[in-house]
Design a binder for this molecule. Structure first.
Ligand code: TYM
Length: 333
C-alpha cells in the first residue's frame, strides 16, 4: 500500500478565529483527514511578528488548540501541536533564510499590508515570516497545503525556496502544492464585503463572525450584513459583493452550488435569505462550540494532548532537519 500523502497547515493564535478561518481552512482540514496524513499547528511563533500581550497569547493559543480538536481535527490519527514546542521550525528557518532573497520577501502582499497596519513595528520577523512558514511546511514533507487564498503567495514562495534548495543540495525537500477550496477561499467581511474577514480586524463590530459567538449574536450579525437594493439573490461578486459573499458562505456550509442556492431563494427577499444563511452557520458551529466548552473545562486532557502533540511533531521533524543540516555542510555532532 502506498503511504498517504501529507498535509500540513497552521493558524495563528492572534485573536479569536473567525468564520473565514473555519470555512477557508479548518473545515477543509477536517474533511481531508481520511485520505491524508495530517499535521496541523498553532502558529504561535508567527503571531509575535505583531505585538502580543503574553497572557492573551497563552490563552488564545490554548483556546485555538481546543478549537482545532472541537472542530474535529484528530490528534490521534494526525498530529496537532504548538509551533513553539518544536525548535526544528526555527532551525530550518535559518537555513532557508539564507536561500531566500529580499526581492522575494519585498513582493509579499501580506508584508506590505501588515507594515501599513503596524507602521510603528515593522520588525525583521514580520519581514521573514514567509520563510518560517516555508520551514513549517517543508519540515513535515507536506505534499499539500490547504489554505485560504490570502496565503497562496506564501506557499508559492515556499515552493521556490524548496526548488532552490534541491537544485543546490540534491533532492531533499518535498515541493508542496497549495490547496484552495472553492466557495470559501476568501470569505469577506459582512459589513465591508470588499475586504476579507479577518480575526485581527477591528473595524465595525458586525463585520466579523467569531467562532465562539453565541447563536443570537451570529443571527444579529447576518441580519445587519450589507447587501444592495435590488433584493435578488444572485451571484455577481463584482456588482453584488455582499450578497455573493453570503451565497459563498451558504455554499461552503451546506455544500450546495450557486445555481441551487439562487433557485432556492429566487422568490425570497434578502431578509429570509439572511436568516437561512445565519441558521446554517449556527447549525454548523453549535456542536463545535459545545465540544469546545467541554474541552476548555478539561485541563488535564488538554495538557496531555499538547504534550503528546509536541513530542510526536518533534520526533517526526528531526530526520528532515538532520538531512538539511548535513546537506548544507554543518559538522556532524
Ligand atoms: P491565518 O492565521 O491568518 O489564517 C489561517 C487560515 O485561515 C485562512 N483564512 C481565510 N480563508 C478564507 N477567508 C478568509 N477571510 C480567511 N481568513 C483567513 C487563511 O488563508 C489560512 O489558511 N501564515 C498563516 C499561518 C501559517 C501557515 C503555515 C499556513 C503558519 N505556517 C504553514 C499554512 C502552512 C496565517 O497567518 O494564517
Amino acid at each position: 500500500m502506498k503511504p498517504k500523502k501529507v498535509i500540513f497547515s497552521a493558524m495563528q493564535p492572534s485573536g479569536t478565529p473567525q468564520l473565514g478561518n473555519y470555512l477557508g481552512a479548518i473545515k477543509n482540514w477536517v474533511g481531508l483527514q481520511e485520505d491524508y496524513s495530517c499535521r496541523f499547528c498553532v502558529a504561535d511563533l508567527h503571531s509575535v511578528t505583531v505585538r502580543q500581550d503574553p497572557e492573551s497569547l497563552r490563552q488564545n493559543s490554548l483556546s485555538l488548540f481546543a478549537l482545532f480538536l472541537a472542530a474535529g481535527l484528530d490528534h490521534e490519527r494526525g498530529i496537532v501541536y504548538f509551533q513553539s514546542h518544536v525548535p526544528a521550525h526555527t532551525q530550518l528557518t535559518w537555513a532557508l533564510s539564507c536561500l531566500t532573497y529580499m526581492g522575494e520577501l519585498n513582493r509579499m502582499t501580506q508584508f506590505k499590508d501588515k507594515s501599513q497596519k503596524h507602521s510603528d513595528n515593522i520588525n525583521a520577523g514580520l519581514y521573514t515570516y514567509p520563510v518560517l512558514m516555508a520551514a513549517d511546511i517543508l519540515l513535515f514533507r507536506a505534499d499539500l497545503v490547504p489554505v485560504g487564498e490570502d496565503q497562496t503567495q506564501h506557499v508559492e514562495l515556499c515552493r521556490d525556496v524548496a526548488e532552490r534548495f534541491n537544485n543546490l543540495y540534491g533532492d531533499i525537500l518535498t515541493v508542496p502544492e497549495p490547496f484552495v477550496s472553492g466557495a470559501a477561499a476568501r470569505v469577506m467581511g459582512l459589513s465591508e464585503p470588499s475586504r476579507k474577514m479577518s480575526k485581527s480586524e477591528n473595524g465595525s463590530e458586525n463585520n466579523v463572525v467569531f467562532l465562539t459567538d453565541p447563536p443570537e449574536i451570529i443571527a444579529a450579525k447576518f441580519k445587519r450584513a450589507v447587501t444592495d437594493s435590488d433584493n435578488q439573490v444572485r451571484f455577481d461578486p463584482e456588482n453584488k459583493p455582499g450578497v455573493s459573499n453570503l451565497i459563498n458562505i451558504y455554499r461552503a456550509v451546506t455544500g450546495k452550488t450557486v445555481p441551487e442556492t439562487e433557485k432556492e431563494f429566487e422568490n425570497s427577499g434578502y431578509g429570509a435569505f439572511k436568516t437561512a444563511v445565519a441558521e446554517s452557520v449556527i447549525a454548523e458551529l453549535s456542536p463545535l462550540q459545545d465540544r469546545y466548552s467541554r474541552l476548555m473545562a478539561d485541563a488535564p486532557f488538554l495538557e496531555a494532548a499538547v504534550k503528546r502533540g509536541a513530542e510526536r511533531a518533534a520526533e517526526e521533524a528531526a530526520p528532515l532537519l538532520k538531512k538539511v543540516m548535513d546537506a548544507v555542510g554543518f559538522a556532524p555532532r
